[in-house]
Design a binder for this molecule. Structure first.
Ligand code: PMP
Length: 441
């Protein structure tokens, strides 16, 4: 017997076309196609007008999570005020509007990464859940005794621990592409490792700790030539560089909405349709089924097969609004703005503090992240002094303990940028660091 309330949703793209349009990008985003005006943009991020310890907030922890523009906050607010209802269920006006808004968001996210179809986008809570989904579903089905999976030494724990658990369970093997001291992947060693005929190669697009932008299309082509599938962790790429999954050619691409101006609780897995179709469900329950009988069930089509239970509808709608907002800005302009800022910051830091330890590749190979240490001062102390100046940076291992071990570091401080970051933010970081040197050095 079919369960009426769990009717399989109709085609997402069709719903999107018929339904609620994606939230419009804010006007200041769309007018000027010259270089990005981050100063004008900041007015659209309410939190950037607040203070910390009585000083204007200087937010340099965007790699942990980004701040949110009004376009995102208001899209979610409108959902809760005007059409809060569950999706794919209600045969009434606001239920249909909620479904259309949710599926329109999926279409926006698909367009943002140039996915061939919204049906290939699975909404998750974050990048971590997307990787766990692939490890548990594709991994359990396809990884057996003695199989090899290749990762890199610079992976976030989210793209390491799920694979550790899988290979322990399956008696399979992990191998790692090493890095140079500057944090660049050793592709010569990768080519040697590929002789092991791995089943999967999984690597980050942009390092969350060093900022290294990896040559993902080249690496994907090498892995495919060796017969491996490829998963790319795009959590730190989608906020900063144009991403085209069709051009990269990988099999899975995962990312978080909350690092690309969207709300927490939003993330996505993009996967090739034929792979997603062949994968067993990850979680089971309502929404992911077509028919349920007491002793057996038939599953829904992708992507809904992987979205058991009531999803975070507001987060998905905010995620779609963030994708539309960034597309209206133009990711090429976002990348150019952040690159200019990285060059400015690295030059200024080197000039002001000649003995400051800066890690990672040259500015040209780097996304919006600068890890550093003040010699002889623990990064937690550095972050605490900076905080008193209103400057928020992260200190610790940034969920890359093996990378820190490889570089012989206990911890680092990390300044990270996003589209709303400015030279004035960097100048305030330098003012705060002068205070660190005055107190400790
Ligand atoms: N991968 C990378 C490269 C990351 O930077 C992060 C977040 N720091 C993640 C994965 C995990 O993202 P989330 O916490 O949103 O799941």
């Amino acid at each position: 017997m079919a369960i009426a309330s769990d009717r399989p949703p109709t085609d997402g793209a069709a719903q999107a076309a018929a339904g609620t349009p994606a939230a419009p990008a804010s006007p200041s985003s769309t007018v000027d196609r010259g270089p990005l005006d981050a100063h004008a943009l900041r007015a659209e991020f309410p939190i950037l007008g607040t203070t910390a310890h009585g000083k204007p907030l200087v937010y340099l922890d965007s790699a942990a999570t980004s701040q949110k523009p009004l376009a995102v906050i208001e899209a979610m607010d409108t959902y809760y005020r005007e059409y809060n209802a569950n999706v794919h269920r209600g045969i009434y006006q606001i239920g249909e509007r909620a479904t259309a808004g949710y599926e329109a968001a999926r279409a926006s996210v698909a367009r943002f990464i140039n996915a061939p179809s919204p049906r290939e986008i699975v909404f998750t809570r974050n990048a971590t859940e997307a990787i766990n989904l692939v490890a548990a579903s594709w991994g359990r089905k396809n990884i057996g005794r003695g199989d090899a999976i290749i990762l890199t030494e610079m992976e976030h724990h989210a793209n390491l621990v799920p694979w550790q658990i899988l290979v322990q369970e399956r008696d399979a093997d992990l191998e790692f592409i090493p890095i140079t001291d500057d944090g660049i992947l050793r592709l010569d060693v990768f080519e040697v490792l590929l002789r092991l005929k791995p089943k999967l190669v999984a690597f980050t697009h942009v390092s969350n700790t060093l900022g290294t932008i990896n040559p993902v299309a080249e690496m994907t082509a090498l892995a495919h030539a060796a017969g491996a599938l490829v998963l790319v962790d795009g959590a730190q790429a989608v906020p900063h560089v144009p991403v085209d999954v069709a051009a990269i050619g990988a099999d899975f691409y995962v990312f978080s909405g909350h690092k690309m101006l969207g709300p927490t609780g939003s993330g996505a897995l993009w996967g090739r349709r034929e792979l997603l179709d062949a994968m067993p469900p990850y979680m089971a329950g309502g929404e992911m089924i077509r028919e349920v009988h007491l002793r057996r069930s038939e599953f829904n089509e992708v992507p809904w097969k992987f979205e058991a239970g009531t999803p975070d509808i507001a987060a998905a709608i905010g995620f779609g609004a963030a994708a539309e907002y960034l597309m209206a800005l133009g990711m090429g302009r976002v990348q150019a703005h952040e690159h200019e800022l990285i060059v400015y910051a690295m030059d200024a830091l080197r000039r002001e503090f000649p003995n400051l330890d800066l890690y990672g590749p040259p500015a040209d190979a780097r996304g919006g992240v600068i890890p550093f240490n003040v010699p002889g001062v623990h990064p937690h102390d550095v972050a605490q002094v900076l905080d008193r100046s209103g400057v928020a940076v992260r200190a610790g291992h940034h969920c890359t303990m093996p990378l820190h071990e490889r570089l012989d570091l206990v911890a680092t401080a990390r300044a990270s940028f996003n589209v709303y970051s400015t030279r004035e933010d960097v100048d305030q970081l330098i003012v705060g660091l002068r205070e660190v040197y005055r107190l400790f050095a």
